[in-house]
Each structure stands twice: as structure tokens, then as C-alpha cells.
Design a binder for this molecule. Structure first.
Ligand code: URP
Ligand code: ZN
Ligand code: ZN
Ligand code: ZN
Length: 456
């Protein structure tokens, strides 16, 4: 064996128990009481600490061309920050450009990501041009190891948006080939109508970003997407869900037996739309925008009762000067916030403060993601045979988030000043120590592409 982690409390989605873990060649080979390490194996004493599976961020946008620029974290910076926040796998979005093949698009991104990735990664592909050939190629993508596709119901001027016909075709296809369709659900016509009105009235602050796409604008699209998924009896994953009414439709559909999944994000769980009235409100501009208190409370409830299955970041940061483009016009603010390094520490801190259980955090930040997207049990749990993606968490460590102690390339963080109870002290990626006590210890290129399994 290469590594033994002793005396820690192991926390999975279902269990909490004291045991030792032996690791060899990047895999967990044994879990048990009093494991004695063989000669040459490294020993980590986790007394008084929790031992958790690494988080899986199901939703990132690293070095993505978007909003007239490119999101500010490269694959290296984003996965470095991920490692330092206990995230050991990221699912990034490949954007299929017009006329581009799906595998071609994935392989293009792999070429960029492979030499940079500090932790393991996989992809979802955003389909923007669903020709008959692409519809056929979806099956090849499933076989290749990318069985999940995202459709944007908004972002017309960015060239990303698809209409209901495309959504319906993709859902119908997905059922046959074992793919999973994900949607960014907001109503584009309502947004355009409201933006036009606000701009004509000279209402240009970040608050009007929120008001141009408030709760009902998102809820309508949630309901429409669920309607189509039901019609084709196809599974559906709603990314970054942020409103109460849409969540109610998810709950209803799930109760009726449909395979509908909902993901929410830490920014929706911690902040409310009040942030858009702040002087730095533009830094919080993302789509869908952060909603009101009522939605926030519903999201927490949804996590607790299982209506929401995953919490992921939608990490898509931009530098301050880029956010400043929208100082006098909210429509010019590149959409997206940071969170890849904050996801697990924030959620675990909420557990440590008593809001939810640690097991639930592991479930929504890791285990469910692996199951839904087809990389379990290699990822998402602590078990013999699984990858040794392990986080050692000190429940007694106090941590205040600031730009200075974050590891991404972004010059600010919306999490500035947030006080956390407990913090990760070590992250192992396939048995390799990539983070310890505030220091990144990994290497670009260590991260591997994870092929996911389809649903057939
Ligand atoms: O504002 C956001 N969320 N930017 C990233 C792209 C997306 O919509 O997921
Ligand atoms: Zn070995
Ligand atoms: Zn989106
Ligand atoms: Zn996103």
C-alpha cells in the first residue's frame, strides 16, 4: 500500500463510522479497524477529523468563451482552486459551436484541459446546433463517455439558445440511447421584454438584472422543460435551479414517478436578491439570478427532503474589470460567479452549524452527482475499489474566506468575509496529496478524463 489514513471518522452519504483506510495505486483497497501500514506507505493521522469523499462539482465553466470575453479561470486555475476546496472531480461544459461535431467538440476541450487539470474531470456537452447528424452522434457521445447534454433555453444573442422543438427532439432521443438531458431553464422572451422596458426607463443597475428575470421567469421554463420530459418519459436534469415555484413542479413530477433531477448552487443558498442592491451587486450577476428569501428557504427544504439531488457551483467567474463593463448597464455584465473552492467548505460548514447532516452534504455534493452522471462507484464515495479521492476535514478549524486565501485566478470573490465553521485540511486526488493546510500541492496534468456511463 501507498497510504494509510488512520483514526478518522469516515462520512459517506449513508454512514458515519471510525475506521482506517488503505490506499494503493490511487484506489482505496481496504477499510477497517487498526490497519497497519506496510513498509514505505505514508501515514496520515486523522484523529479528531472527518474523512469524506472528495466533492464532485457537477457544473463548471472553465476558460469558456462567454459574455464577450472568456471566463477567468483556466482549467489549471479552476482545478487548482477545486483541489483546495475539496473538489476532486469537475464536470465542465463543452460548448458545441455551429456545425461542430459532438466528439470533435469534446476532444477539442480535452486537448486544452488534459495538460492543465489538477484533479479529475469529465464533461457535459451543450448542444447548440442539433442537426440530424448531431442527433445521431449523441449515441456515439454516450459510448465515448459523455452521456449528458445541456440545452440552453436562453442566451439567443450568444448563439447558445435552442427552442422547444430542439429540446423535445433531444429528450426523445435521450431515452433511446441512455443519455441525460440537462437544461438551463429561463424564459427568453419574458427576459427580452423586461430588459427592453427597464433600459427604456433608464433602469440600469444590477438590481434590474434580477428584476428582468425574477422567480416566475425561471419557473415558467422549469415547468415547460418538465412538461416535455414527462411527455417523452425521458429523464431531465435542471441545472442551477433557484426558485420555489419551479422546485414545486420538480417535487410534483418526482412524486408522480418521473425521473426529474434538480441542482442548486451555494450562491442561491447563502445570498438573496438583496445583494443586487449592493455597491458591488454586479459581481453577483449570474443567470438565473439569486432570488428572494422565500425561494432560498424552499431550496434548503428541497435539499433536506430530497427534491433537490445535487449542489454544484456553476463556477463561471469574471475579473472585476469585466464585471465593471456593466456599471451603467446591467445587460453588459458578463453572467457568472465563482464558487468552486467554496462549495464543499460552505456546505460542510452549514452541516457543522447544524443546518443539515454531514451525510446529506456528501450525498448532494458527491454521491448523487456520481450516480446521476454515471461515474459511481469509481467516484462519489469512500469504499474499497473506489478512487482514493479523499478530503480530511477539521470540524474545529475556523476560516474566513477572502480573495487572499483562495486559489483561483480571479481578483475578487463573492464569498469575501464569509465565516466558516470547519475547513478541509487535506485533499487527496487518486491517493495523491494535492492540498494541505492552505497550500496547493498538486500538479497540472495529474487530472484524468473520466468516462461516464450512459443509462443503458
Ligand atoms: O450566469 C451564469 N450562470 N453563467 C454561466 C453560464 C450558465 O448559464 O450556466
Ligand atoms: Zn503502489
Ligand atoms: Zn446556465
Ligand atoms: Zn452554468
Amino acid at each position: 500500500m501507498d497510504l494509510v489514513i488512520k483514526n478518522g471518522t469516515i462520512i459517506t452519504a449513508t454512514d458515519t463510522y471510525k475506521a482506517d483506510i488503505a490506499v494503493e495505486d490511487g484506489k482505496i483497497i481496504m477499510i477497517g479497524k487498526n490497519i497497519t501500514q506496510t513498509e514505505g506507505a505514508k501515514l496520515v493521522d486523522a484523529s479528531g477529523k472527518y474523512v469524506l469523499p472528495g466533492a464532485i462539482d457537477a457544473h463548471t465553466h472553465l476558460e469558456m468563451p462567454f459574455g464577450g470575453t472568456t471566463s477567468a479561470d483556466s482549467y489549471e486555475a479552476g482545478t487548482r482552486a477545486a483541489a483546495c476546496g475539496g473538489v476532486t472531480t469537475v464536470f465542465d461544459f463543452v460548448i458545441q459551436r455551429k456545425g461542430q461535431g459532438l466528439i470533435e467538440a469534446v476532444e477539442g476541450r480535452r486537448t486544452i484541459c488534459d495538460p492543465q487539470a489538477c484533479v479529475d474531470y469529465s464533461f457535459h456537452t451543450a448542444i447548440t446546433d442539433l442537426t440530424p447528424e448531431i442527433l445521431e452522434e449523441m449515441k456515439e457521445s454516450v459510448e465515448y463517455g459523455v452521456p449528458s447534454f445541456k440545452l440552453f433555453m436562453v442566451y439567443k444573442k450568444e448563439g447558445l439558445m435552442v427552442d422547444d422543438g430542439v429540446l423535445a427532439k433531444a429528450l426523445e432521443k435521450s431515452k433511446d440511447i441512455g443519455a441525460l438531458i440537462a437544461v438551463h431553464a429561463e424564459n427568453p422572451d419574458l427576459i427580452d421584454m423586461r430588459i427592453e422596458k427597464f433600459l427604456s426607463e433608464g433602469k440600469t443597475s444590477a438590481w434590474y438584472h434580477y428584476l428582468s428575470r425574477p422567480e416566475f421567469v425561471e419557473a415558467e421554463a422549469n415547468k415547460r422543460a418538465i412538461h416535455w420530459a414527462k411527455a417523452f418519459d425521458a429523464p431531465l436534469y435542471i441545472v442551477h435551479l433557484a426558485n420555489k415555484e419551479g422546485l414545486e413542479e420538480v417535487t410534483k413530477a418526482r412524486n408522480e414517478g418521473y425521473e426529474i433531477y434538480a441542482e442548486t448552487c451555494p450562491q442561491y443558498l447563502h445570498f438573496t436578491n438583496e445583494v443586487y442592491k449592493r455597491e458591488d451587486g454586479r459581481n453577483f450577476v449570474c443567470s438565473p439570478p439569486i432570488k428572494g428569501k422565500e425561494s432560498q428557504e424552499a431550496l434548503w427544504k428541497g435539499i433536506l427532503n430530497g427534491s433537490i439531488q445535487t449542489v454544484a457551483t456553476d463556477h463561471c467567474p469574471f475579473q472585476s474589470y469585466e464585471k465593471d463593463w456593466g456599471k451603467d448597464d446591467f445587460t453588459k455584465i458578463p453572467n457568472g460567479c465563482m464558487g468552486i473552492e467554496n462549495l464543499y467548505p460552505y456546505m460542510l460548514s452549514e452541516a457543522n452549524k447544524g443546518r443539515i447532516s454531514f451525510n446529506k452534504v456528501v450525498e448532494v455534493c458527491s454521491t448523487n452527482v456520481a450516480k446521476i452522471f454515471g461515474c459511481a462507484p469509481q467516484k462519489g464515495t469512500i469504499a474499497a475499489g473506489s478512487d482514493a479521492d479523499i478530503v480530511i476535514y477539521d470540524p474545529n478549524k475556523k476560516f474566513v474566506v477572502s480573495k487572499e486565501n483562495m486559489h483561483s485566478d480571479v481578483d475578487h470573490t463573492i464569498w469575501e468575509g464569509i465565516e466558516l465553521k470547519g475547513y478541509p485540511v487535506m485533499t487527496f486526488s487518486r491517493g495523491k496529496l494535492v492540498y494541505k493546510d492552505g497550500q496547493f500541492l498538486g500538479t497540472p496534468g495529474h487530472g484524468q478524463f473520466i468516462k461516464c456511463k450512459g443509462r443503458k
